[in-house]
Write a protein that binds this ligand. Structure first.
Ligand SMILES: *[C@@H]1O[C@H](CO)[C@@H](O)[C@H](O)[C@H]1NC(C)=O
Ligand SMILES: *[C@@H]1O[C@H](CO)[C@@H](O)[C@H](O)[C@H]1NC(C)=O
Length: 188
């Protein structure tokens, strides 16, 4: 009888431990997570380094919000373990200056990407490889002065492109090459 009780207690403790571990792995400190659908909201979570946050993104995450942090770069492999479920990624109001080649090459089902309120000063088409389903790109409030030919060529599904509040001085006509579905373009 005593043994049975002990085994029961041990089972309960194991269950608790598994639950606690799952929670910690699935949702980093200072973030809020929900399960249906899987949303990870790390707004103002004091995150400076993607390397510590991104690997903890649950594989089934549909929406990830990393707004109001101090992330400074997006590197090529930051999202390599993020699942294909991700459709919405917001990294507004960080300190992003550069985006690595192929940085989003692993999140190919992304529909919405918002990078507004950062300090990005340059874009080229290699940064957008894999984003051929993305329909919304928000680049408002960055420091982009010029756009190269074919910058958005990999984003063949792009419908809404926001570029308000940048330092655009010249935009070549070939910049928007390949964007046959564009509905709205804001360069104000
Ligand atoms: C931007 O993020 C900082 C924290 O990093 C926050 O204090 C500030 O209110 C945010 N700005 C906006 C416009 O949300
Ligand atoms: C995106 O590219 C992949 C691989 O090249 C292709 O299989 C898929 O059909 C493309 N999707 C769209 C919406 O064009």
């Amino acid at each position: 009888m005593v043994l049975k009780k002990m085994i029961f207690v041990a089972h309960v403790m194991l269950l608790l431990l598994v639950t606690i571990t799952t929670t910690i792995q699935g949702c980093p400190d200072n973030c809020r997570c929900s399960t249906t659908p899987v949303v990870m909201d790390c707004t103002q979570a004091d995150t400076t380094n993607l390397l510590t946050t991104i690997p903890t993104i649950p594989n089934a995450a549909v929406q990830v919000i990393l707004d109001n942090n101090r992330i400074s770069t997006i590197n090529e492999n930051d999202f390599q373990n993020t699942g294909e479920s991700l459709v919405y990624l917001s990294m507004e109001n960080n300190s992003i200056t550069s985006i690595g080649q192929n940085a989003f090459g692993h999140v190919t089902n992304l529909l919405v990407l918002s990078l507004s309120r950062n300090s990005i000063n340059r874009l080229d088409q290699n940064m957008f490889i894999g984003l051929n389903k993305t329909s919304v790109l928000n680049m408002d409030n960055n420091n982009i002065a010029g756009l190269e030919c074919g910058t958005f060529a990999p984003m063949e599904s792009l419908q809404y492109l926001r570029f308000a509040q940048n330092s655009l001085t010249s935009v070549a006509s070939c910049t928007f090459m390949g964007l046959s579905r564009i509905v709205s373009l804001d360069l104000s």
